[in-house]
Design a protein around this ligand. Structure first.
Ligand code: SF4
Ligand code: SF4
Length: 380
């Protein structure tokens, strides 16, 4: 394993962090973690040097933290820095922050969380939750009494909001941002990453594979990348190349992904890419941006939909129409019990979506697209 400086925290973190949002599940049910296999993957990663484990209150419908608490028994808790997040989006009254933290410590079976984040901040939550309920005072108090060791935030919004939060959260020690070779101009952006590093913050990167989309990118994008490495390795190397990045979180769902990522991490270093290789990513990005996608990362924060839509699967099948073939996309869409046309535009998913996907446009587009495809097929 390679280790990296983590801002000014004084901590050296493994290049690969273990994200616990996409653990293997039974029968495709997000809340039913395949515990034995997931624990085997997590412990294998730790045995091979991973020292940063990331979870959050809502992952796997609340089961992720409980799983992590159990999987880190038998001496594994002491081998890692444990990160979890305060569910800012669920805080509606003064006492919520404390109650959530207490529950999290119990679920995680620990007396402290090493890296505690205000989860999924954006401009609106910063003003209307963090400031309204004075969460900075509360998180600082938790640090003072030792229940959390380092304080930070995770982020899903644009660069302007990111810098504002950095300015106003002066004692913030680290942040977690979405970053990959496609997103250099989206979310916190390349400039935001560099600014956070310049200020001495540790930077955790999430979604290095853009919700898995860069693991098997559309053929046109894949063509821009040299076949010398797998698309996953290229995507991770792009992130590790950045000097300001600490742990790169990969939400691993199989043992094979875990083993592959461990190998890739062992070869990683800041500044590892040549100018020619960086040019290759610029071309891949240019091609990607010409294609129509719903930027869904399958995080499932929007689930369950009150009207029974499997939102991430609908977007996944819609996106397949660009990256695979329309026939395959239609096959995946037809397998769903409820189609995009059943969306009632209640807005619940927009309120929680870190990618700010508006169902008014996206569901309507997906419904029209598949309706059209079905009609064309019927005519053949
Ligand atoms: S807007 Fe549509 S997809 Fe989103 S939660 Fe409401 S019904 Fe479900
Ligand atoms: S629509 Fe948004 S909240 Fe739902 S899975 Fe996709 S990215 Fe996550």
């Amino acid at each position: 394993m390679q280790y990296r400086e983590f801002g000014k925290t004084g901590v050296k973190v493994s290049a690969l962090g273990f994200g616990c949002m996409r653990l293997p599940v039974i029968g495709g049910v997000n809340t039913q973690i395949e515990e034995e296999e997931a624990a085997r993957m997590l412990r294998t990663a730790i045995d091979r040097g991973v020292n940063y484990v990331d979870t959050a209150y809502p992952y796997h419908g609340g089961e992720s933290e409980k799983f992590v608490g159990r999987a880190l028994q038998d001496g594994y808790r002491e081998k890692v820095y444990l990160a979890s997040k305060s569910p800012v989006f669920s805080i509606t009254k003064e006492e919520d922050f404390e109650n959530f933290l207490q529950t999290q410590l119990e679920r995680l079976q620990t007396d402290h969380i090493d890296f505690y984040l205000l989860h999924a901040l954006d401009a609106d939550r910063w003003e209307n939750v963090v400031k309204k309920f004075d969460l900075l005072t509360k998180i600082r108090r938790a640090k003072e009494d030792g229940r959390v060791r380092h304080i930070g935030f995770s982020f899903h919004d644009g660069a302007e909001a990111f810098i504002r939060i950095l300015d106003e959260f002066e004692d913030c020690e680290f942040c977690q941002i979405q970053y990959n070779y496609i997103d250099v101009e989206h979310q916190a952006t390349q400039k935001g990453l560099e600014e956070a590093a310049r200020r001495g913050l540790g930077v955790v990167v999430m979604e290095p594979l853009l919700g898995g989309k860069l693991a098997s990118p559309p053929a046109q994008v894949a063509k821009a990348l040299s076949p010398a490495r797998t698309p996953v390795e290229w995507a991770l190397d792009f992130v590790w190349h950045q000097a300001g990045v600490g742990p790169v979180l990969s939400g691993m769902s199989t043992m094979q992904q875990t083993l592959d990522n461990l190998d890739y991490a062992s070869r990683s270093s800041a500044g590892m890419l040549s100018g020619e290789e960086l040019g290759m990513f610029a071309e891949a990005r240019r091609v990607y941006e010409t294609m129509a996608f719903v930027p869904c990362t399958k995080c499932a924060y929007c689930m369950p939909c009150p009207f029974g839509l499997d939102i991430p699967k609908i977007y996944e099948s819609y996106n397949m129409s660009a990256s695979a073939s329309p026939d395959k996309a239609l096959e995946a869409y037809n397998a769903l019990a409820v189609g995009a046309d059943a969306c009632r535009q209640c807005g619940k998913c927009l309120g929680v979506c870190p990618q700010h996907i508006d169902p008014k446009e996206s569901m309507a587009q997906a419904a029209a697209f598949f309706q059209d495809l079905r009609e064309k097929k019927a005519k053949k």
